[in-house]
Write a protein that binds this ligand. Structure first.
Ligand code: SF4
Length: 344
């Protein structure tokens, strides 16, 4: 385990030689805890409708000019079949908070995917009511991803306006998801204006406190069509503000591994966006053990632009598969097989 003062020390460290020690420790803990396998989770962005107005997100309800789509069940099933044919163990169904995705419709889709492919099913569909979450779990969904983005309640409220009549409490919802029997995944953005070193250290301790099964972190990259993209949120004083840099993101990946040795930690598309040549590899070398190749049909991909410049918008699923497979093998790591559940 790692304590708060040590986390804080690494967060502000800038000496590359000292940071080599952090990368080495995170890689050693990764190898000892989850092994050399890199699990591939096929991502399908099933709808870009969303009722929320998160202050940084390009598919929030206020982005009026955006064409909206919601994939048909047959299209999603075809993506799941493709995931199985590529040898992936998991399909991840992700969308905005879209109430056009009905409880029974999605439960039927989960049952069909499980029956036909046997894949693990991960859902990432926002803060849905408990009855929906319970029905999808009964239908066979295995995991649920819901990033809490920051553990600082005041900062959270500044960038995530509540829906009328509902108060968001993502930490409570994650605990409830666990009680429902899901593996739970969460994570944060790094470098939100107003995010301080102390609050980021608290975020990492919160990963451990929740005993997360999956941890996804990425740099804050606001979409230009949003309030935060227009710079409407003031930063913290310079010496306290966390930068939204690639280096800072690797540090949080590494510290998440030290805080939660057995969690599944992806090297995210956001890292590839900051460094297309080697961002994914550096994430995998500094604590991560998962990648999420995109299976979303290319005609929809550009419409799921949560942040600008997202990597791999135009590549077909087969190109993503071949590219990632080659990168993993070149690193001397193994391709994971099976569902890649969290080890206990
Ligand atoms: S971050 Fe998620 S919930 Fe918020 S607006 Fe974007 S898609 Fe909707």
């Amino acid at each position: 385990m790692i304590d708060r003062s040590e986390i804080l020390g690494w967060l502000v460290e800038t000496d590359p030689a000292r940071l080599e020690e952090l990368w080495r420790r995170a890689d050693a803990v990764r190898r000892a805890s989850v092994g050399d396998a890199v699990h591939l989770r096929g991502l399908v962005e099933i709808s870009n409708h969303c009722v929320r107005r998160c202050g940084y997100c390009g598919i929030g309800v206020e982005h009026a000019g955006l064409a909206r789509y919601r994939m048909e069940a047959d299209e999603i099933l075809a993506c799941a079949r493709q995931a199985a044919s590529f040898g992936y163990g998991t399909v991840v169904l992700q969308s905005g908070e879209d109430y056009g995705i009905g409880r029974e419709w999605l439960a039927g889709l989960v049952r069909a995917i499980k029956a036909e492919t046997g894949l693990a099913v991960t859902l990432s569909l926002g803060e849905r009511p408990e009855a929906d979450l319970a029905a999808w779990r009964r239908a066979g969904a295995d995991r649920y991803l819901l990033r809490f983005e920051t553990s600082d309640p005041a900062l959270y409220r500044r960038i995530h306006p509540d829906l009328p009549g509902r108060v968001s409490d993502r930490l409570a919802l994650l605990r409830r998801l666990r009680e429902l029997g899901y593996e739970i995944g969460s994570g944060v953005m790094i470098g939100i204006p107003g995010q301080t070193w102390d609050s980021l250290a608290d975020d990492i301790l919160t990963f451990a406190g929740l005993d997360l099964d999956m941890i996804g972190v990425g740099p804050f990259i606001p979409h230009p069509a949003t309030a935060l993209g227009r710079g409407e949120l003031p930063p913290a004083p310079r010496e306290r503000q966390v930068p939204n840099s690639e280096l800072q993101t690797y540090k949080v990946v590494a510290l998440a591994r030290l805080a939660c040795p057995h969690a599944n930690i992806p090297s995210t598309t956001a890292l590839a966006t900051l460094n297309l040549a080697s961002g994914r590899e550096l994430g995998l070398a500094r604590g991560a053990n998962v990648v999420m190749p995109n299976l979303t049909p290319t005609k929809y991909r550009a419409l799921y632009e949560i942040y600008p410049g997202k990597a791999c918008l135009r590549e077909a699923a087969s190109e993503c598969e071949a590219c990632l497979r080659e990168r993993i093998v070149r690193m001397g790591r193994e391709l994971g097989t099976g569902p890649g559940a969290r080890r206990r």
